[in-house]
Design a protein around this ligand. Sequence first.
Ligand code: ZN
Length: 191
Amino acid sequence: MDWHFRSRSHHCDDCEAAFEDKQPYHTILFRGMESLERRDICPGCWEQKHETEPGAIGGYISHWQGVYEVPPPPPPEAIQKDNAETLLKKMIEQNDPAHMEACFILAVMLERKRVIKNKDQIRNEDGGRTLIYEHTQSGDVFTIVDPALKLADLGDVQARVAELLEHGLNPPAANDDTGEPEQVAATVDES
Ligand SMILES: [Zn+2]
């Protein structure tokens, strides 16, 4: 199963009425043909269709209620080096199993900072678990596979995450010819 990032809708996915600032809505997650699917539903459609006949949408695996907020304008410093949040989003979009452990550590970090909330967890076919997180502000939803890290491996993974935060996910190659100006003003501390 292919797990990806699912942004919050700006309208009801049933009746397509636009959400207003601070209005409540319902989020349901269900298994689609190939991946996790998300629907955001206005209270009217929820009461009419989903609340009374949960089978009608193919049996959702998770449900919660949220409050829609009009997204703030993007921050002006859009071109910056990755922070834990942007790094995690990139890695989720790449969906590379090699990043599974790093994703988990970043999710734990962000949950501690209350940037994201753990909403639910589901059992995988192999007996492991997948954690469902929601971004506190944007309402975006994503899943993280619990890598069942052993304590002995924790240090290595944390060091890798620190390195990713320092250098980014895709550090430019030496013969990088994208024409982008070099942004890094290296300050060498030789104390
Ligand atoms: Zn609706």
